[in-house]
Ligand binder design. Structure first.
Ligand SMILES: CC(C)(COP(=O)(O)OP(=O)(O)OC[C@H]1O[C@@H](n2cnc3c(N)ncnc32)[C@H](O)[C@@H]1OP(=O)(O)O)[C@@H](O)C(=O)NCCC(=O)NCCS
Length: 143
């Protein structure tokens, strides 16, 4: 198992994982646009040359924002999600960012537990944020 930087040529594999892991997956075009941003940073976890987990974030002068994280179903509950989150947190700390933000579905208990374990706290809600039906919880962590 290796952790390495997310590069644009990973996007095809990641778009397949998006479909497996999310109700509203990012398309390959969305992934391509995002990973070409100068302020994008992402990590993937690879097993035998296949991506089994990934995380992507963007950052500005002060703060970072986690855009997406997922681990392939059969590789969950092995610490991969936590390690990917820690990689991003470490990068943002090195870049001297002050806060990191994210949004998570109200119904997504495993992800909320992961973020709470890493010190994220709820700072607000966005009503009907997902598919104009489900609320998002906004969480942040001071770095
Ligand atoms: C959320 C997700 C990335 C977690 O990845 P993971 O590799 O399984 O997580 P880890 O094994 O690193 O777990 C770390 C911590 O997260 C929490 N956690 C993870 N899965 C959990 C579950 N099913 N139930 C409760 N807590 C859970 C626990 O606190 C766990 O720590 P512990 O093992 O000491 O109890 C994974 O479930 C996933 O890909 N889900 C689908 C995509 C998704 O919802 N992404 C988040 C969008 S906001």
């Amino acid at each position: 198992m290796i952790y390495r930087n997310w590069i644009a040529t990973d996007n095809l594999q990641i778009s397949e994982l998006e479909k497996e892991c999310f109700k509203s997956p990012w398309s390959i075009d969305m992934l391509n646009q995002t990973t070409h941003l100068k302020n994008f940073y992402g990590k993937v976890c690879e097993v035998d040359g296949k991506i089994v987990g990934y995380i992507g974030a963007i950052y500005d002068f002060w703060d970072g924002e986690i855009l997406n994280i997922a681990v392939k179903n059969e590789y969950r509950k092995q610490g991969i999600g936590e390690k990917l989150m820690q990689e991003i947190i470490d990068f943002l700390c090195l870049e001297k960012k002050e806060n990191v933000f994210l949004e998570v579905r109200k119904s997504n208990f495993p992800a909320q537990k992961l973020y709470e374990k890493l010190g994220f706290i709820k700072i607000g809600e966005r009503k009907k944020y997902y598919e104009n039906t489900e609320d998002a919880i906004v969480m942040s962590k001071v770095l």
